[in-house]
Design a protein around this ligand. Structure first.
Ligand code: AVI
Length: 314
């Protein structure tokens, strides 16, 4: 029995304002749904960042200011399938940079697939995969004194509340040495008519992704959520720059969670907050970096200026 999952669900559903941690989206079903999301016409984030990695590879490398004669570690936090990174890796290899690629991911399965794929696509690349929660794996980075470039792409930082993002950035910064670099990919603040459909696609894939939380609780914690009695509700305010996803109860109802031996009440219209997707600008990013030793060197934008890859230096 996964007691951490059980405790987190109990804690989230017992609060006055109910919430569920978005990290639990990502089981096998959730991983597959997220791949589908990345290919949705409405989900511009992945395409925009791919545009930067494909068309501005040389600019990224120039901004990183890497000494071609010195070995460095290219570390990726939450590597996934590496589609964007491959564009960078290919150019670094063809230009004879001296480095190892160290992808870190929570999913061992994803890492193995990535390694196999890279071995065939970029045979001269040295890959050293590390499995774990990237928040925890950061400590392990300190043991090497080689220069480092850390990639944290996909606006994954946007899934953290600002206070958590600050702690994460401080931790990242303290695991680096002066002159190490970070490539931080973030979605930029923009109008509602572009952001909201990305979290409310016509095909209903994001809804299924959000509801995967309820399906997991039903399956893994012996619960009886009636999925048809809930709605998917994303919200976004441009002034704040935050998209939030909710699951809303369509009616007054009770849900029993067998593993907790507990029944939860839901009022009609009551929301369960499931995810935050923060959008950024320079000012917000600077406030996140404030108490760390990381500073913005430059930022690279996609052709539509939807997304930014910021180059940070310690
Ligand atoms: C992984 N993360 C950056 C995605 C996002 O845009 O916040 C997760 C996601 N949630 C719904 N659609 C995509």
């Amino acid at each position: 029995m996964n007691t951490k999952f059980q405790n987190d669900i109990n804690e989230g559903l017992s609060k006055a304002l109910k919430s569920l941690p978005s990290k639990y989206f990502y089981d096998k079903t959730g991983d597959d749904l997220f791949v589908k999301i990345m290919n949705l016409p409405e989900y511009y984030l992945t395409k925009a960042e791919f545009d930067i990695f494909k068309n501005q590879t040389k600019n990224i490398i120039a901004a990183l200011d890497i000494n071609p004669n010195v070995y460095f570690e290219l570390i990726e936090l939450g590597a996934g399938d590496g589609t964007k990174t491959k564009e960078l890796l290919k150019v670094l290899i063809s230009e004879n940079f001296n480095f190892d690629y160290i992808p870190i991911d929570i999913s061992n399965n994803a890492l193995k697939q990535l390694e196999t794929n890279l071995n065939t696509e970029i045979p001269n690349l040295n890959v050293t995969k590390k499995q774990g929660d990237y928040f925890n794996v950061l400590d392990g980075l300190k043991t090497s004194n080689h220069p480092k470039v850390v990639l944290f792409l996909g606006s994954n930082i946007g899934n953290m509340e600002d206070e958590k993002a600050k702690r994460f950035i401080s931790k990242l910064s303290s695991s680096l040495n002066p002159n190490d670099k970070v490539v931080l990919g973030v979605d930029l603040i923009k109008s509602k008519d572009i952001v909201l459909p990305a979290y409310n696609d016509k095909a209903g894939i994001t809804k299924a992704f959000n509801f995967n939380l309820l399906n997991r609780i039903n399956k893994e914690l012996d619960a009886n959520f009636n999925i048809d009695q809930f709605s998917h509700q994303p919200e976004y305010t441009e002034t704040e720059g935050i998209a939030r996803s909710y699951i809303v109860s369509n009616t007054d109802q009770e849900v029993h969670i067998g593993a907790l031996n507990k029944t939860f009440q839901f009022k009609k219209g009551e929301k369960i907050h499931t995810e935050i997707s923060r959008k950024y600008n320079d000012e917000i990013l600077n406030s996140i970096l404030e108490n760390s030793s990381l500073r913005i060197v430059t930022k690279l934008l996609d052709t539509k200026s939807y997304f930014a890859d910021y180059i940070l230096i310690k």
